[in-house]
Ligand binder design. Structure first.
Ligand code: ATP
Length: 442
């Protein structure tokens, strides 16, 4: 299945739009329409709940996008957050070095490597470093002293607040801090729809452990994060864990694993799980001159904890969910987005069979009953078959249809999106029936 089909459905049904479309688009930034926003919010809520509600020792924070520029010197991003790139002098194409050469880019014989676009050899430049952080200036004067960066990861906002958070919440090691927020990277080559964009959202959790407990914690988080994706309706066959080789490790990592998903364009990273050691805290201690250690009362000692990080991209999760859900039901000539009902943008559409005979009035009553529990929409436009198919494409798992029998016995039909099966349900049992069906969804 091609990614183009998903892109076109996303635009048609209001999931995702190209940014600034009326001006010809703006590279590698996307806007989320009503259904995309709802789906994205549902996914992030499930993650937030999994982290902060199911773990008594994980709390959430929300730090600023702009932070003290020293933070990015301390973290190493000012010096080391670079992508080596090569340019073709002939056709002006630009590539990440690792796309054309497997290994350390400095060892590549670039004169002998062919440009995949124009096919010439001998025109590639040596790899050059580009910093991926977006720079801006605070205040009205653009001078170096006023430089600030848009954060390229949310993690640093957690590190610089971790002792304040620990004290405020009386947390003991091991504990975690979770954060959802925007991150920005000036990706030179942005592609594959919302997979790699310049502005994106991260779901990050930093887990602070005693040095020595880090390897076990890493193993636990790898298992837990792999298991998480079933809540989003993602099949475990479509996921795999890949370890970073020694030459792929980020400057801060002792051990790193990627959770990869089989996207329509191939296996690619959706989340990283990293053992960041005490690198970041040690650096902040050095650069700020403030103690970053915790105090272990039992052993009467101070130490810098190690950090296991789980860092997922919300937009990549969303793309995985969209790819997994897309189903061409050729037998019935329809496209269905088979979202797990718990994350569908809309849970049910209430449809009076006809616009007369008192059916719309019953429909409105049904809306009032169901609305406090689920996101429901009211639809009385067009033939009932067309309405169902419209909802199938939007991924709405249930259709509630009011017909003439509803007037007599206060029942409606509950239509299930995937099977198209319809059950007769008493109006006052609808919420129960929908909840029950959601719980048993496979
Ligand atoms: P990649 O190798 O794909 O560039 P990365 O290893 O640099 O990713 P991390 O720094 O580990 O990514 O960031 C954690 C997560 O943030 C990634 O797993 C991904 O889901 C998300 N992410 C990173 N960069 C982008 C981007 N440009 N667009 C969308 N999501 C991103």
């Amino acid at each position: 299945m091609s990614i183009d089909k998903i892109i076109s459905l996303c635009k048609r049904r209001g999931f995702i739009f190209q940014s600034s479309e009326i001006y010809g688009g703006f590279g590698a930034v996307y806007d989320y329409g009503p259904l995309g926003t709802a789906l994205k919010n549902n996914i992030s809520q499930i993650w937030w709940q999994a982290m902060t509600q199911f773990h008594e020792n994980i709390v959430g924070i929300d730090s600023g996008i702009l932070m003290h520029p020293k933070i990015w010197e301390a973290s190493g991003h000012v010096d080391a957050f670079n992508d080596p790139l090569v340019d073709c002098k002939q056709c002006k194409a630009r590539y990440p070095a690792d796309e054309l050469f497997d290994g350390n880019p400095e060892d590549g014989e670039w004169d002998n490597i062919q440009c995949p676009k124009c096919g010439t050899t001998g025109n590639l430049t040596e790899p050059r470093q580009f910093n991926l952080m977006f720079k801006t200036h605070i205040g009205s004067v653009e001078k170096d002293a006023n430089v600030a960066y848009l954060r390229p990861e949310t993690a640093q906002g957690i590190y610089v607040n971790y002792l304040l958070t620990q004290n405020a919440m009386r947390l003991k090691i091991p504990f975690g801090i979770a954060q959802i927020g925007k991150a920005f990277r000036n990706e030179i080559i942005a592609r594959n729809f919302i997979f790699r964009t310049r502005e994106f959202e991260q779901l990050e959790m930093q887990y602070f452990v005693k040095p020595g407990d880090d390897d076990q914690s890493m193993r636990d988080w790898k298992d837990e994060r792999m298991a998480f994706y079933s809540q989003l309706g993602i099949d475990s066959d479509k996921l795999r864990l890949q370890e970073h080789g020694p030459d792929e490790l980020a400057h801060y990592a002792k051990e790193a694993w990627d959770i990869e998903f089989e996207f329509p364009f191939g296996w690619s990273e959706i989340e990283g799980i990293h053992n960041r050691t005490n690198f970041d805290l040690a650096r902040h201690q050095k650069f700020s001159g403030k103690k970053m250690e915790v105090f272990d009362q039992e052993n009467n000692e101070h130490y810098l904890p190690y950090i296991i990080e789980t860092s997922a991209g919300l937009n990549r999760m969303l793309l995985a969910v969209l790819s997994e859900a897309y189903w061409e039901d050729n037998e019935n000539n329809r496209i269905v987005m088979k979202f797990h009902p718990r994350i569908s943008p809309v849970t049910a559409a209430v449809c009076p069979l006809v616009k007369k005979d008192g059916l719309p009035e019953v429909g409105r009553k049904v809306m009032d009953i169901v609305k406090p529990h689920f996101k429901v929409i009211y639809d009385q436009q067009g033939s009932i078959g067309k309405r169902y198919y419209r909802q199938d494409e939007a991924g709405t798992p249930y259709g509630i249809t009011i017909d003439h029998q509803s007037l007599e016995d206060k029942t409606v039909t509950l239509r299930h999106r995937d099977s198209q099966q319809q059950d007769r349900v008493a109006i006052d049992q609808l919420v129960l029936a929908i909840n029950d069906s959601m719980d048993n969804y496979t």
